[in-house]
Write a protein that binds this ligand. Structure first.
Ligand code: SAM
Ligand code: SF4
Length: 324
């Protein structure tokens, strides 16, 4: 078991498979973002080695992310290898959904259990503006392909940005009326790259909840948290509405996660700059025992929480370079 100095059992690893993406969401990265050359990213065997290492330390839950994880070469083989690692109980992915029409079934067959699909609006024009060129219908097809393949329960992520999609909260929440989906509203967080938009455009979870309740009536609390999302239900709805209020009501005290970036660096807090490079030692011949010690030390030193309240913004990477 990997326990930090505050007694939290850290067992959830988010693995970024690439910083590349087929979209350029305005809140995630600048339009002219450059990506790392392939050689600087963890290769498949390196990912397997590190996943085995984490699993041996008690990490049992993995989420694949990016960048866009589905653009990674042989994503199906990677999923198969990770899913069959001893000790890995839960394997899910966060994706923009665009490539799911062709990949949902093979990913499910390879051992992926669930997906979270990001969809910030149901309006094709606004979707294009938010993603800089995305086509909404491709994401819709991806969501239905995921559902048909059994990558369920379907969870949708929506980042709400002032001046872009505040009004779309109602349409997104209304999706849960007829479908057993979760829609999770995420407060925008500040990182390097597009910091002005991120700090100026935050719509808080309380504001989003107020908007939904003005239209649909008081939300009913649904048994606390699902991961980092506080869960609710609109009266009579099949699905659930969640709020991820990382900025205004942080959930740091209950955080059990670590992040491995696509270039093999361990980040113990999404919103802190401190990083522990694992790939360089792995490539220079560090033993499994050395690497285990590095991970245990990093876990021990996991920060208590982020410093957004005190104005501390992590600027060393954009979101796509960390892995959301
Ligand atoms: N490309 C995939 C996707 O978009 O789902 C996975 C990677 S993306 C970085 C993971 C999640 O982070 C997405 O749900 C995205 O909306 C969210 N995200 C990106 N930038 C963010 C920001 N500045 N604040 C909050 N969430 C953000
Ligand atoms: Fe790509 Fe996801 Fe970032 Fe959008 S949020 S640019 S889809 S990595």
């Amino acid at each position: 078991m990997a326990i930090d100095r505050f007694g939290r059992n850290i067992h959830y690893l988010r693995v970024s498979l690439t910083d590349h993406c087929n979209l350029r969401c305005v809140y995630c990265m600048p339009e002219d973002q450059t990506f790392r050359p392939n050689a600087e990213l963890m290769q498949d065997d390196e990912i397997f080695t590190l996943v085995r290492l984490f699993a041996s330390l008690g990490f049992d839950k993995i989420r694949l992310t990016g960048g866009e994880p589905t653009v990674r070469a042989d994503i199906v083989g990677l999923v198969r290898g990770i899913a069959s690692t001893e000790g890995i109980r839960s394997l899910s992915m966060t994706t923009n959904g665009i490539l799911l029409p062709r990949l949902a079934r093979p990913l499910k067959d390879a051992g992926l259990q669930r997906v979270n699909v990001s969809i910030d609006t149901l309006d094709p024009q606004k979707f294009k503006r938010l993603t800089r060129w995305g086509k909404l219908e491709q994401v819709w097809e991806g969501i239905f392909a995921a559902e048909a393949a059994g990558l369920t329960p379907i969870k949708l992520n929506a980042v709400i940005v002032r001046g872009y999609n505040e009004e779309d909260v109602l349409d997104l929440a209304a999706l849960t009326l007829e479908r057993p989906w979760q829609i999770r509203f995420i407060e925008m967080m500040p990182f390097g790259g597009v910091t002005d938009l991120q700090t100026g455009g935050v719509v808080t979870a309380a504001q989003i909840q107020h908007k939904i309740e003005s239209e649909f009536g008081l939300l009913r609390a649904e048994g606390g948290y699902d991961g980092e999302a506080r869960m609710y239900r609109i009266r009579g709805a099949q699905g659930k509405v969640g709020f991820i209020s990382s900025v205004t009501v942080p959930f740091c005290s209950a955080c059990t996660r670590a992040r491995l970036t696509a270039d093999g660096v361990l980040r113990m807090c999404l919103l802190r700059e401190k990083e522990i490079d694992l790939l360089t030692p792995l490539r220079s011949g560090a033993t499994a025992a050395d690497l285990r010690q590095m991970v245990l030390q990093a876990v021990w030193e996991k920060p208590w929480g982020h410093g957004l309240e005190d104005g501390v913004i992590p600027l060393n990477r954009a979101m796509n370079q960390i892995g959301g």
